[in-house]
Ligand binder design. Structure first.
Ligand code: SF4
Length: 439
């Protein structure tokens, strides 16, 4: 299996160092973070045993792993942490939070020494690894016995409560599911592994979990209500009818306690207004990929049911409803270079996505990224590795510079920007923005 893209003749460490020399305006920590996200990380037996005492990976929506559970020989799926914070070490890292994407074949490996954890790349120590203690509510269950870790896990170092209230997607099968997404397959593998994994969470379950969290936790600052797309009906409800009940009831019970976000499809203006009326502050109509040809191939269900032009129009309509800064569509960074249909070169991929960023940002809407994780149970992840590191480094620059061009403030609902403060863990886009104090 050959990795995509350029710079392949260099070793992984040499490749990071080469890019750091080429792009000194991108922090070294952000380059390592993107490399970890696109390659995943392996864990030694001893490191996993230590990690199992901290906040565990909750599989909050997708697998975000590079091997299926069936191939995890060390039971990594129940021992690995949600995230790790890299700090100090030979490269003197300023703290950076990285989502843990399991890959036993990765050149990155976490190892233990005297009860401390270190990240190594090709046997060379890179940085120390800190883990987040498990919040007390992770040990609690609802009255019906369901663990809070299933109903309301936190990510982003405790900042964000991630409420996947529907763990499946009605875009179904290779002709409709987004090709980078493993939501339906991941649900099946989690159930098969024996993990408590609720397919449809009730409003009552969410409220009961939040009641416990609100009484014990001061770390969480935002919540996201999300799940798969609803193209027909779910429990007799349309997408907006199903999803809007959650923020509506949360805001009624805990008014203003958290920043309220939803991730749903690009819906018509009157439906978007319903979310706003329910108390939602931030709307994520995830766009995934800018290029017109690739959108139709990679997001075939979205293209068929809603269509690219309509998706774009609805994003701009939503900007009228929420205010443009509160409309934040996600791009899956790197799928532009996936085989067999993606761009061949980093230049082409960056040019395309830069055009999309410029379009949205010129309208005050700031997209954000999730670094593509080639999940083996997704269509695109079956037989290829992620996009080249050069692509991710250059994308961070384009993102940062386009925001600056349009004088956009940091996106709300992500915590503080800037290296050493950012907590967003599945892309380094918040790590490369200037810290608030110099805005
Ligand atoms: S709409 Fe696409 S990305 Fe979203 S859950 Fe469904 S298949 Fe996955």
């Amino acid at each position: 299996m050959k990795p995509n893209g350029t710079n392949q003749q260099l070793s992984p460490l040499a490749s990071v160092e080469d890019l750091a020399a080429q792009y000194p305006d991108v922090p070294l920590e952000a380059i390592f973070k993107e490399d970890l996200l696109r390659r995943g990380v392996a864990w030694s037996h001893d490191a996993l045993e230590i990690a199992s005492r901290f906040k565990l990976k909750a599989y909050f929506i997708f697998s975000f792993d590079m091997v299926p559970i069936a191939q995890m020989d060390q039971n990594e799926n129940v021992k690995a942490p949600e995230e790790m914070r890299l700090a100090g070490g030979p490269f003197n890292f300023r703290p950076v939070v990285v989502s843990v994407r399991l890959n036993p074949d990765s050149p990155y490996r976490v190892e233990a020494e005297d009860d401390h954890l270190y990240l190594k790349l090709e046997e060379r120590a890179i940085t120390e690894v800190e883990l987040q203690p498990s919040p007390s509510y992770y040990k609690r269950t609802l009255a019906n016995g369901k663990p809070i870790m299933d109903i309301a896990p936190t990510i982003e170092w405790g900042y964000l409560l991630y409420l996947t209230v529907f763990r499946l997607c009605q875009y179904f099968g290779a002709q409709e599911e987004c090709q980078f997404c493993d939501i339906n397959e991941n649900y099946r593998q989690q159930k098969k592994s024996g993990r408590p994994y609720t397919s449809v969470k009730t409003v009552e379950e969410i409220l009961e979990a939040l009641e416990i969290i609100a009484s014990t936790d001061s770390e969480s600052k935002a919540y996201t209500v999300t799940g798969g797309s609803i193209t027909s009906r779910l429990e007799g409800r349309s997408e907006v009818e199903f999803y809007a009940r959650y923020p509506e009831m949360i805001e009624r019970r805990f008014p203003g306690r958290w920043i309220s976000k939803v991730v749903v499809q690009a819906l018509p203006r009157d439906q978007v207004q319903r979310f706003k009326d329910a108390g939602v502050q931030i709307y994520h109509p995830n766009y995934e990929i800018w290029d017109e040809r690739l959108f139709k191939i990679i997001c075939a269900g979205k293209a068929r049911y809603i269509g690219r032009d309509q998706w774009i129009r609805r994003i701009l309509d939503a900007a009228d409803v929420f205010g443009p800064q509160n409309v934040i569509p996600n791009f899956v960074a790197g799928i532009e270079m996936s085989r067999p249909e993606g761009f061949e070169t980093v230049d082409e991929a960056i040019e395309s996505t830069a055009e999309g960023l410029d379009f949205f940002m010129s309208n005050g809407v700031s997209p954000r990224f999730t670094t593509w994780c080639p999940e083996p149970l997704s269509v695109l992840g079956r037989n290829q590795e992620g996009a080249p590191l050069e692509y991710h480094v250059r994308l961070l620059r384009v993102y940062r510079d386009t925001r600056a061009k349009y004088r956009l403030q940091p996106p709300p609902g992500y915590g503080d920007p800037g290296l050493g403060r950012a907590v967003f863990s599945v892309s380094a886009f918040m790590d490369v923005l200037p810290p608030l104090s110099i805005h």
